[in-house]
Design a protein around this ligand. Sequence first.
Ligand code: IPE
Ligand code: IPE
Ligand code: MG
Length: 228
Amino acid sequence: MVLDQSRARHVAIIMDGNGRWAKKRALPRAVGHQRGVEAVRRLVRALEGTGLECLTLYAFSSENWKRPDEEVDDLMNLMRKFIKSDLPEFIANDVKLKIIGDWQSLAPDIVAMLEDALAQTANGKQTLAVALNYGGQHEIARAAAKAAAGGGEVSIDTIAAHLDTADLPPLDLLIRTSGEIRLSNFLLWQAAYAEMLFVDTLWPDFEPAHLLQALDDFARRERRYGGR
Ligand code: IPE
Ligand code: IPE
Ligand code: MG
């Protein structure tokens, strides 16, 4: 199969700006997070039209536990609600759910819901990877430890083979919303040669059209991978 190099296969998004979206409207942060979930839903509904093999979304970082308990609870409850309400749609739309990060240490009821959702979507065609309790440094450290435990060589290939994303296509494009220009511990390894796009749009305002525009921009970029 000849791959069209200009077409993105795997896009990841750092969904940032829910709090500022709410603050601008003098609304509670929780409302910003709710509207953020709606932006996710719109994007998942538009996934087929993007032609992507995988969309990876940063939903909760391993550092987000530092937030006040009330906000962490709101985020976890939104997660519960979202899985319950949207799982039938994932199944109907052939979306295959994948979770990256230390999700197995989340609350047991969330872990059970996620396991069920993973099983029910296992045959889906396009992957929606959600990063939950995810930190890139930890992911690399875990992968390196597993590679070493195998007794063989610890190399780029053996580490990559143990990353949470080992079964996903290479990352083509990493987008961050809300104007911050940093990775915040997201996909550090995978971003080695990904294209980057930082947009000012706050996450709740992010529309499928923004993603389609980003894919269009991506198609015009020249990737060199160190060559010339
Ligand atoms: C992103 O929005 C959602 C999560 C990190 C869970 P924020 O809550 O970080 O919003 P800002 O950055 O404060 O605007
Ligand atoms: C990154 O956003 C994490 C997610 C989007 C889930 P943060 O808002 O937590 O990042 P910092 O604190 O601004 O770096
Ligand atoms: Mg933020």
